[in-house]
Each structure stands twice: as C-alpha cells, then as structure tokens.
Ligand binder design. Structure first.
Ligand SMILES: *Cc1c(COP(=O)(O)O)cnc(C)c1O
Length: 377
C-alpha cells in the first residue's frame, strides 16, 4: 500500500528543479539579494498575469494583507467584515492594524462569505470587507463590489488560496481595490520559502505600499510614517519567475483532478461534494468534501472517524479548519458565542480535504476513491 500525502512538493521539483537551481544560483552569484531586477521583473510579470497595473512584492501573504490594510488607512476604531472560516491570518491582520474583525457567517455550498450576512453587518464604522476565495473558489465579486460601492467600503481580496482563479473571466485579485497573495510553498503558486504580493490598479496605493514594506521610508533615511520590513527576497522572486509560466497548466491539472473526484465520488451517501457557482472558476487549492453530520453522533465524530480510517488505508486527508475563528481563545474578548455563526461551525465539524496537488496520479486518486468508498460502505 502506497501512502498518499495531502500534497507533495517534491514531484514538482523533479520537473523543474534544474531551472530553479539555475535561477537561484544566478541571484547568489550576482550579490544582489534584496530588491533588484529579479523582484521588479517578477512584480511586472505577476501584475500582467493577474490583470492589474501594479504588483508589490512582500514577505508573506499575511504581510500582504497587513500592508494592504495599512495602505488603505484602516486602523483603530474601524471595523472590517470577514469570514470566520479561513486561515487565522485573514483576521489576525485586522487586529494587528488596531481595527476590529467582524465575523459573519458563510454560505453552506461555497464555504465563502454569505453576502447577505455581510450587508447586514455593515455599520457606521465599517471601512472594508476581506473576502477569502477559500480553497480556490471565487466569491461572487460582482455582488460584493456592488455592496461595497453602495456603502463606500474597500474590498481587500484574500487570494492566498486562489492564484489564477477567475470570477466572470477576470482573475481574482484584480476586482477589489487590492488583491493579496501568498507564495507559501503549498499555495497554487508557491516559492521555496515565504513570499507574498499585493496587486492593485491604484497608483497612490502602490506608492504607499512600496514605502510601508520598507519601514515607511521615503528617500534615503527619511520617514513620514513608520512601516515594517517586508520585502520579497530576490532568490524567491527568481524562483517564482521560473514557476509562473507553469501556473495555468498546474491549475488545469487541479481542475482535472477535481472533475475526476466529482465524477467518481457522486453519488456517495453521507458525502457532500464541493460545487462551483455560476461565473466562478476555482483553482482547487483544496478539494474539500463534507462528511454529513448525523445527530446523535458527537460533534465531528463521523468526519474524524473517516479521517482515521482513511489514514489506516494510507490516505492522508486534512481538516481546514477545525475551529472557527470567532470561537478561538485568541478572539474571546470579542464576545462571540457558540451557535452564533452556525454554518461556519457546522463546516468545522464536517469538512475533509482530500489529497490535491497537480502531480497526483490517476492511480493515486483511484486509491483515494476506493479507500473512501470502502470506509463509507
Ligand atoms: C496561507 C494563507 C494566508 C497567509 O499567507 P502566508 O504567506 O502563509 O502568510 C492568508 N490567508 C489565507 C486564506 C491563507 O490560506
């Protein structure tokens, strides 16, 4: 029995490792390790790929979100609406700039923000919304932008899991006021270390972001405001330039794998498969099913049992995310109660992400599906 990991970065390195080594060695030999031509070239290429006029590289997806909020002037006293069913970074940055995260419930089908709930949560203090295109699936950006425009709000897209995804033919990250990307190794476009970027069409935001990522510096050793140290490494920028031309192909491989899962797993009683919404093209950073809860089983028990049984058959699945952010101890002070955002809480008990990476072979996928069917029989 072969073990099937949730993702496997070594297969990709076998394919393009030589080019990656050469690119990294070029940078090392140049002696220009921070900033410089590799960073600028990558920023230009990534902006062109996403469909914006500007891209500002930085140290991580988390920093991209943090810098974006800073550049938009969001801080103390402001409210930012977002989803509680996401990686902690999305909300953490709202707190980091001194603003208050306002968590609203999610849509049960897409796991993305429920836009009715977003509308209902807007107050005089709301300054921005952070939609997360979770697992690679785009949010309905047409409706969200209409809501934002009506209430004069900024939209900061969290595209960490959705590099290359499209909403009605436009790449995510080009529709909101800013798009925030992560190049963490397991994202659709991953570096060989940390990295991130912000995309925008707004020149003033671009200029402020360039300053903020470099201590707020304006000219040599002159600071009108303070920033942070968050630059994209030249080595990572060179590696990302090697990988970017492959991204569409890798995303298509993920789409083919998702289509096979969809065909092979339906219908399976007890499992709910992910569904695309009209207008959205997912890039499947994760393929996440629901293991439908049946009371009187204890919360999450069915999903956890299935996960263990799969593991016994060599199939490693993941739970993104086991505890909704509004119920995290770190957010206790905000005063949310269990039951307050029931769709997100239920998702935390039911979700299971199956192995998904471009190089997953048909044989491996068959083993995942046979194992699942065997466990559920
Ligand atoms: C990965 C991720 C981030 C953070 O990106 P890092 O590069 O790891 O800092 C933010 N939001 C979401 C939804 C993510 O998945």
């Amino acid at each position: 029995m072969n073990k099937i990991p949730p993702f496997d970065l070594s297969e990709q390195f076998k394919l393009i490792g030589e080019a990656i080594n050469a690119a990294a060695l070029d940078v090392l030999a140049s002696g220009k390790y921070i900033g410089g031509p590799w960073v600028e070239q990558f920023e230009a290429k990534f902006a062109a790929y996403i469909g914006t006029t500007h891209c500002i590289g930085c140290n991580s997806g988390t920093d991209a979100l943090y810098l974006a909020l800073r550049a938009l002037g969001i801080g103390t006293g402001d409210e930012v609406i977002t989803t509680p069913f996401t990686f902690v970074a999305t909300a953490e940055v709202i707190s980091a700039v001194g603003a208050t995260p306002v968590f609203v419930d999610i849509d049960p089908v897409t796991f993305n923000l429920d836009l009715n709930a977003v509308e209902a949560a807007i107050t005089d203090r709301t300054r921005a919304v952070i939609p997360v295109h979770l697992f690679g699936m785009p949010v309905d950006m047409t409706r969200l932008m209409a809501i934002a425009q009506a209430h004069n709000l900024y939209v900061v897209e969290d595209c960490a899991q959705s590099t290359g995804a499209e909403w009605q033919g436009q790449r995510v990250g080009s529709i909101g006021h800013v798009g925030c990307f992560s190049y963490y190794p397991t994202k659709n476009l991953g570096a060989c270390g940390d990295g991130g970027a912000i995309t925008t069409n707004d020149e003033a935001i671009r200029d402020r972001l360039r300053r903020l990522r470099d201590h707020g510096r304006k000219g040599a050793y002159y600071y009108e405001e303070l920033g942070v140290n968050s630059r994209l490494d030249a080595v990572q920028a060179a590696i990302l330039q090697v990988k970017l031309p492959y991204l569409d192909q890798w995303n298509q491989q993920r789409q083919a794998i998702a289509a096979r899962y969809q065909a092979w797993l339906s219908p399976l009683p007890g499992l709910t498969l992910p569904q695309a919404i009209a207008g959205g093209q997912s890039v499947w950073n994760q393929y996440t099913v629901r293991v439908t809860e049946q009371s009187p089983e204890p919360a999450g028990a069915l999903r956890d049992t299935l996960r263990t049984q799969l593991q016994e058959r060599g199939v490693i699945s993941m739970v993104y995310y086991p505890l909704s952010l509004h119920l995290q101890p770190a957010y206790q002070a905000l005063g949310y109660q269990p039951g307050q955002l029931p769709v997100a809480e239920r998702a935390c008990r039911e979700v299971l992400s199956l192995p998904m990476f471009p190089e997953l072979t048909t044989e491996q996928q068959e083993q995942v599906v046979y194992s699942l069917k065997d466990c559920l029989a």
